[in-house]
Design a protein. Structure first.
Length: 198
């Protein structure tokens, strides 16, 4: 058997989640005709509620697993997400580009959402915050904080012990010293939206 289904995931023999992503995209595309119809009668608040309930909830499910699939696979998800955001939030009254639609409506792009979920789920796990003191003295804090294990293939990069500290290392120092989860979510979202503007 070349693939198997488990808890809503389609797992292929190479663990690259191509089939899973294909199924996910098909599911999202089937929603587009409905989005075209309802977006004409909903205000912005309800459009956002619809997006979070219908679209982001689907993207979030298992994103820590399939979210580290090959880049070519993830690009397909991003294209579909872009299309959905434009259907819901672009109209004759605005001429905003796709990037601006994300920022204006405070929506995270796919890989930002993936990193957001990874950080929130693992923020208080000290096992991903190992520091080798001998290395710290040779690197600036802006480039090195936590130890990221060496990997020699794409499979290794999908391991939590690799991608969690790597994502932590991309954050600014203030974002690594928060104690309340609600404040973390708020500031983290602002951080990613600022990246979208750049």
């Amino acid at each position: 058997m070349s693939e198997a289904r488990y808890l809503g995931f389609t797992i292929d023999e190479k663990w690259n989640y191509k089939k899973h992503v294909k199924n996910l995209i098909t599911r999202l595309r089937k929603m587009m005709p409905c989005l075209y119809k309802v977006c004409k009668v909903l205000n912005k608040k309800n459009k956002l509620n619809l997006y979070y309930a219908w679209i982001e909830s689907i993207l979030r499910y298992g994103i820590e697993v399939y979210g580290f699939a090959p880049e070519s696979v993830l690009e397909k998800i991003q294209k579909v997400q872009n299309k959905i955001v434009k259907i819901l939030f672009k109209d004759n009254r605005n001429d905003l580009k796709t990037e601006a639609l994300y920022v204006t409506n405070k929506i995270l792009k796919f890989k930002q959402l993936r990193d957001f979920v990874v950080i929130i789920n693992n923020y208080f796990e000290n096992k991903f915050k190992n520091i080798i003191e001998t290395k710290i003295q040779y690197f600036r804090k802006t480039t090195y904080r936590y130890t990221v294990p060496f990997v020699n293939n794409e499979y290794g990069k999908r391991n939590r012990s690799f991608y969690v500290p790597k994502i932590f290392n991309s954050l600014s120092e203030p974002l690594l010293k928060l104690e309340k989860i609600n404040k973390l979510k708020k500031l983290l979202k602002q951080h990613f939206l600022q990246q979208t503007v750049r």
